[in-house]
Design a protein around this ligand. Structure first.
Ligand code: ADP
Ligand code: NI
Length: 232
């Protein structure tokens, strides 16, 4: 595929995804997709691995049929992407690779043990996971909790482990639990060395945030070892 053909199919896929994503909430929208695309590009550059078309198209199309917002099956997104891409002239092999990546991307699917493997898959998954971490990850979590009308925090409802994807999807626990149930686990699930490094930094930011959140919950406004009131 020439450079101009590459740009063309990227632009077409972007327009297609944008239209599909318009119906979703702001934590799952086109801006998330753009961040995943750019994170995947950065990881790919540093890892010097993977097919750039497959990576970019998978990133752009990865959330077009999220089942939290779209009443369909878990494989609709991949099938829609496959039909779209082959219609635009992408080879069936590459389109099938994109379909496989999209259908296996989600955190929920981790519990279904349908582990697939390709460097392109690993890079896009790292990028998607990174966007659930750090400051953006915190914002997305509370945004999603608000959308679902969930409490910020409830000390009476401890975090738990989910045995199935169904159970995880049905949970209506407070948003702070989501940090223990998913977000703090992500750094150990990263696939690439670059992804791991980026995840560690975002992880540290989130743990500092939650520590402070819990202190403020108890009515303590400032960290224990800062400020001028501590001159001993
Ligand atoms: P994945 O695509 O890996 O399955 P999701 O679609 O479940 O991820 O999550 C999309 C975004 O919504 C992420 O930022 C995630 O942290 C957030 N989110 C998902 N479930 C919850 C929840 N129960 N509480 C708060 N945020 C959530
Ligand atoms: Ni995503």
């Amino acid at each position: 595929m020439s450079d101009s053909e590459y740009k063309e199919i990227l632009a077409a896929a972007s327009a297609f995804a944008k239209e599909k994503l318009e119906a979703f909430d702001a934590g799952h929208d086109w801006s998330h997709t753009k961040r995943v695309l750019s994170l995947a590009g950065r990881i790919q550059e540093e890892e010097k691995a993977g097919d750039r078309e497959v990576i970019a198209l998978s990133a752009i199309l990865h959330d077009i049929a999220d089942t939290k917002f779209h009443k369909g099956s878990e494989t609709d997104g991949g099938d829609m992407a496959y039909a779209f891409l082959t219609g635009k002239g992408l080879s069936p092999e590459k389109a099938a690779h994109v379909r496989m990546i999209i259908n296996h991307l989600s955190f929920k699917n981790r519990m279904e043990e349908n582990q697939v493997d390709s460097i392109e898959f690993r890079i896009v998954q790292d990028a998607d996971r990174l966007d659930a971490m750090g400051a953006i990850g915190i914002a997305r979590a509370f945004h999603y909790g608000g959308y679902k009308n969930r409490a910020l925090y409830d000390p009476g409802i401890p975090p738990r482990e989910y045995r199935s994807a169904e159970e995880y999807k049905k949970s209506d626990a407070p948003t702070l639990n989501h940090f223990y149930e998913k977000l703090f686990l992500l750094k150990d699930l990263m696939n690439t060395a670059t992804g791991k490094r980026m995840a560690q930094e975002r992880h540290d930011y989130m743990t500092a945030f939650v520590e402070r959140f819990l202190r403020e919950w108890e009515g303590l406004a400032s960290p224990p070892h800062s400020g001028n009131d501590n001159k001993s």
